[in-house]
Design a protein around this ligand. Structure first.
Ligand code: NDP
Length: 292
């Protein structure tokens, strides 16, 4: 059981049971516990794709992982975001900032090479990127152009496979890969359109990658997050109304916080989730369980 001892959900969850501490002798190492003599991601190295600013889900994931001792490399797409990402990453010890537009294979290769050079290994990767042209995120799905379809699927779905391959070469001791999906993958959400199709491909990719990489002890999971007001989300028409609708109808009667998604990513990349792979885990205040 994982529970929060803090009143605010921004705090990192504390384990309520008396867990054993990792031991080199243990056959199935048990993750260590906040508040015990070890931290969850001590000596772990991560790569974070998708920080645009402080509101980004990727940043919430990085923040949670950093509080548990991870060292991380961050990628940014294009010069426009470089300064933002450098400033944020600069707050964390021993971080690295690298350019990486996933449509540019040479940049992807260089990013993994740079991580190999600096840290010598990789333990986890967080894929938190998506793109579709704005005009494809309003109106009817049936009018989606070939160009919009292909770029949405390439950047939002294929990139997971592309990055998983690069990561697997550095994950010599096994590892964990986490991606971000959304309910629009399985049900129709107005205006989400081609991004819903891309998320369906992303969730299927998660399962296929998990099946392939499991023999290297690399786990691959998706988080299906509830709507959060970020830069990308604002590209979806009527996002404000969606937030209100979901907040009113979810069992917890509110929208999920980025920090709650970050904490789930922390769990998934830690040894606590060592038996979980190929799953899509909802972090949406329960919205997905509701019928009428
Ligand atoms: P952000 O805008 O903060 O993050 C999206 C990131 O994707 C940006 O850093 C963006 O860079 C990057 N990106 C876009 N195209 C490329 C590319 N070609 N190469 C590399 N990076 C690229 O939004 P979120 O934090 O909301 O989004 C993160 C993930 O979470 C996405 O997969 C999103 O679909 C998913 N998600 C979001 C939800 C929400 O409601 N916010 C709900 C459920 C899932 P740039 O700004 O330069 O385009």
């Amino acid at each position: 059981m994982i529970g929060s001892t803090a009143s605010g959900s921004d705090r990192v969850p504390t384990l309520q049971w008396n867990a054993r501490v990792n031991s080199s002798k243990a056959k199935n190492p048990v993750a260590t516990v906040p508040g015990s003599d070890k931290i969850m991601l001590e000596n772990k190295v991560g790569m974070i794709f998708g920080v645009a600013n402080k509101r980004s889900i990727a940043w919430a994931c990085a923040d949670a992982c950093s509080k548990q001792g991870a060292k991380m490399a961050f990628t940014y797409q294009g010069e426009r975001l470089k300064e933002n990402v450098e400033k944020l990453a600069g707050e964390l010890p021993d971080s690295l900032v690298l350019p990486c537009d996933v449509t540019n294979q040479a940049e992807v290769d260089s990013a993994f090479e740079a991580v190999g050079r600096k840290y010598g290994k990789l333990d986890f990767l967080i894929h938190s990127i998506a793109f579709a042209p704005r005009e494809a995120l309003e109106g009817e799905f049936v009018t989606t152009t070939r160009e919009a379809f292909l770029s949405a699927l390439e950047i939002s779905a294929f990139s997971l496979t592309q990055l998983a391959l690069g990561a697997s070469l550095l994950m010599k001791e096994g590892g964990s890969i986490v991606t971000m999906s959304y309910y629009g993958a399985e049900k129709v959400v107005m205006n989400y359109n081609v991004m819903g199709v891309a998320k369906a491909a992303l969730e299927a990719s998660t399962r296929y990658l998990a099946a392939d990489l499991g023999k290297q002890n690399i786990r691959v999971n998706a988080i299906s997050a509830g709507p959060i007001n970020t830069l990308s989300a604002r590209g979806v028409k009527n996002m404000g109304s969606l937030l209100t609708y979901v907040g009113e109808r979810s069992p917890l009667k509110r929208n999920v916080k980025a920090s709650e998604v970050g904490n789930t990513a922390l769990f998934l990349v830690s040894d606590l989730a060592s038996g979980i792979t190929g799953e899509t885990i909802y972090v949406d205040c329960g919205y997905n369980i509701m019928g009428v």
